[in-house]
Design a protein around this ligand. Structure first.
Ligand code: SF4
Ligand code: SF4
Length: 300
């Protein structure tokens, strides 16, 4: 159910405009990967707050567990070992999950009315009661985030703890992080914190440090401070320039208007036919044939 205390700015597969939205502060979570020690407290807090328990996985030679996002693991820690001549071996750890895009491809691709909503504060949330399990949201997401549950065939992902945020609390992962690597607040404040940190990192020799807030999706409400912002792909394939798939844009931008035009053409054609030929009329012969058939049926 959508949270009553948060205004809805957009709903999937809905053309009616949302009701008046109060001026709302846009929120954001800032993940400073340069402070992350990979303890997974955030991953555990997410499962605990949302009451989801994933299967116990197997060791595949890395600390990633589970190895990917699932319908029951809405955030997972990604551990990348990167070697360079300049810095030797580096361990780059990133908390993966929904980025809460300003222009969410999942919402654009979803064909089910109200299965995905975007709140005015920027949070993108799935509404499982409206989900038909088609998986189009996965195709539409440039970060490959939503997952369909095998149990109920519904899509799941991080909610940015919209239920906590609605009552003035921070997301569970922010509360538990022991190094202060995750901050939460207004998007503007988070950008200010990031800017200060990037200056510090540059002074410490990370000349390419920067903020990850990709404009291809209109910016995100989950942002990263990266030591190597020039190469986000080093952090377990974080896309350097994510954008909504052209197929999704085509569906929304061309196919839908074309379908509307087609319907309009049929209506105009029918009207033209009526004006030039008049209403459909049944000939006297056909009327007599039908009457005869009815009479015969009545005799039987
Ligand atoms: S990261 Fe993917 S699932 Fe999350 S809001 Fe963006 S498009 Fe939707
Ligand atoms: S699976 Fe995804 S795209 Fe399909 S209805 Fe559910 S939320 Fe929408």
């Amino acid at each position: 159910m959508p949270l009553q205390s948060l205004d809805i700015a957009a709903r999937s597969a809905t053309t009616t405009p949302p009701p008046g939205i109060r001026k709302t502060l846009e929120v954001a979570k800032l993940i400073d990967v340069t402070k992350c020690i990979g303890c997974k407290a955030c991953q555990v807090a997410c499962m605990q707050w949302n009451d989801i328990r994933d299967e116990v996985g197997e060791n595949h030679g890395t600390y990633d567990n589970p190895r990917d996002l699932t319908a029951k693991s809405w955030t997972v820690m990604r551990y990348s070992e990167v070697e360079s001549q300049e810095r030797g071996l580096e361990w780059l750890i990133r908390k993966d999950g929904c980025m809460h895009c300003e222009d969410p491809g999942c919402l654009k691709a979803c064909p089910s009315p109200g299965a995905i909503i975007k709140y005015a504060n920027g949070i993108v949330d799935m509404q499982q009661e409206n989900c038909i399990g088609c998986g189009y949201c996965i195709t539409g997401c440039p970060f490959n985030v939503p997952r369909i549950s095998e149990k109920d065939n519904k899509a799941y992902k991080c909610t940015l703890c919209s239920d906590r945020v609605a009552v003035g609390l921070e997301p569970a992962c922010v509360k538990v992080c022991p190094t202060g690597c995750i901050s939460f607040g207004s998007k503007e404040d988070m950008k200010d914190i990031a800017e200060e940190r990037v200056v510090e990192l540059k002074e410490r020799g990370y000349g390419n440090a920067g903020l990850y807030d990709p404009q291809g999706v209109g910016g995100t409400h989950v942002m990263y401070v990266l030591h190597h912002a020039d190469k986000p792909e080093l952090y377990n394939n974080l896309p350097p320039d994510p954008a909504i798939s052209p197929m999704v844009s085509l569906w929304k931008g061309v196919t839908k208007p074309l379908a509307t035009l087609g319907l309009a053409a049929v209506a105009i054609g029918s009207l033209f036919h009526y004006v030039t030929k008049g209403p459909n009329e049944v000939s006297k012969e056909t009327e007599k044939e039908v009457e005869k058939e009815l009479e015969e049926e009545g005799k039987q």
